[in-house]
Design a protein around this ligand. Sequence first.
Ligand code: 2GW
Ligand code: MN
Length: 295
Amino acid sequence: DLSPDKEEQHRQIIDMDNTLDFGARTDVKTRTTWMAPIIWEEMFDPHYYNQMHIHLQSSVALTVFAVGRYLDAYIKTFLISAEKHFMLGLPVTYYVFTDTPEKVPNIELGPLRKLKVIMVEKHSRWQDISMVRMRTISEIIESEIRHSFRYVFCFDVDQEFKGRFGPEALGESVALLHAHYYKLPKYRFTYDKHPNSKAFMETGDFYYHAAIFGGFWKNVKNLTDVCYQRIMEDKMNNVEAEWHDESHLNKYFWINKPSRLLSPEYCWDLTLPAYDIRVTRLIWAEKDYDRLRET
Ligand code: 2GW
Ligand code: MN
């Protein structure tokens, strides 16, 4: 575990994070009502964040699931591109969860970077592949990550890094604005609408995308525990939230406000018009649903 002193020092420096220039972008929202920053290009000095997190000895565990056909389809591009853009300069360990460990390609990793492959079962319902991730992430945080890493970031695999995804994205509790919803009025957000689902909500702050979430390991552990518990309660009550784990994630962040938000630069869909997107740091990979989802 990190010593309390280090943790405290880190918290102070993060809170003093007054280098962000909230006025640098007038075309987009750069702060939430609870004063959490929303990170956009031109608001921050990349060099400052690199130096600060090296100084603080920040370390990052990245979890990603590649089960069934998703391994062949996506993992190689995901990992190779992460090596070029994700948290360069910091110690990073990739935790790859798959049902076919022997098929994980051998990727050349930079210094301070490691890859661990962990076997998981392939759930027959795809909704379960994505929902059970919550439990698996909680377990690996408890058994390993908490002893060696300050931060955990959890990613969908069907995406590719294209630009800097650096330590400016690190925070106590980090959520991502969904590319399809950040400009839409709240009534269009697809929160869960089953009154007896634990994910049910009538209004919220933003629509968050479950393709990326992260933060201090303790916060991510709590998030995954709470979401998994609510997913299981739903199962007992024979109800499934509209967008599965993503609905539960949205409910969680409605109650537990994230301390830092990532703009859709951090997970962009290239099929959208990009008026306010000046950099694409990560993009959605193309989906061939017929090929990927047939069973
Ligand atoms: C998922 C859907 C249909 C068929 C297969 C799968 C599948 C997902 C799979 O066969 N193998 C697998 O490893 N996955 C993992 O689950 C993989 O990491 C993938 O990125 C993640 C979520 O599935 P994905 O990317 O196909 O769903 P999206 O892009 O529509 O994701 C959003 O909604 C999901 C819930 O329905 C999750 O909340 C996800 O985090 C969201 O981005
Ligand atoms: Mn996805």
